[in-house]
Design a protein around this ligand. Structure first.
Ligand SMILES: [Zn+2]
Length: 186
């Protein structure tokens, strides 16, 4: 498996999705509780690597590490932390199979899902620090949500960790509040 070093948007999206599977975001419920759910997560993100029993704990550790990096986004910490995530992985090369050659890094033989996710999270974080800014690492704007995200949108105004879910919740709450104040004023 290869990860294109310039495709940090996809990689940062995987990192965001990974940290938001944690029980602290779901009132105690872990969205990656077992190997099956981890395999499904890998498939959803087109990570073609087999899942091994030892991966589950490794991915939970990785999830906590990435969360900690997003929670404390100073440049030095992000660069050092993300570099550590990619350190055991493989080789940097150019993929020239499709037109323009791209920088890539390849997973070594025998790498696990935990290795793949570690590489992807590392590339995503480094790419965002390099191409965007540390201000792109943020907490969800929904008052009741404990999720976090890496904002890779062009304008950089993303507000929610899961826009479809947290954004809608806030909209519904605002709508109710407006309705209540209209009734109150009447
Ligand atoms: Zn949220």
């Amino acid at each position: 498996m290869q990860v294109a070093l310039d495709d940090y948007v996809r990689a940062a999206g995987v990192a965001t999705d990974l940290v938001n599977t944690a029980p602290e975001v779901w009132h105690g419920e872990d969205k990656l509780p077992d190997l099956d759910s981890l395999a499904a997560f890998a498939e959803l993100h087109s990570i073609p690597v087999n899942t091994r029993p030892s991966d589950l704990r490794a991915v939970h550790r990785l999830r906590a590490t990435v969360r900690d990096l997003i929670d404390h986004p100073t440049r030095d910490r992000l660069v050092t932390g993300a570099t550590a995530l990619t350190s055991s992985i493989g080789e940097v090369s150019l993929d020239a199979t499709s037109g323009r050659a791209r920088w890539t890094v390849s997973l070594r033989q025998g790498a696990t899902v935990a290795d793949a996710l570690s590489l992807i999270c590392g590339v995503g974080i480094l790419g965002v620090v390099q191409s965007l800014d540390v201000a792109r690492f943020r907490a969800c704007g929904a008052p009741t949500c404990r999720g976090v995200f890496i904002d890779t949108t062009r304008p950089g105004r993303r507000r929610y960790c899961m826009p479809g879910l947290c954004g809608n919740r806030v909209n519904v709450a605002n709508h109710r509040a407006r309705k209540a104040s209209v009734l109150h004023d009447a």
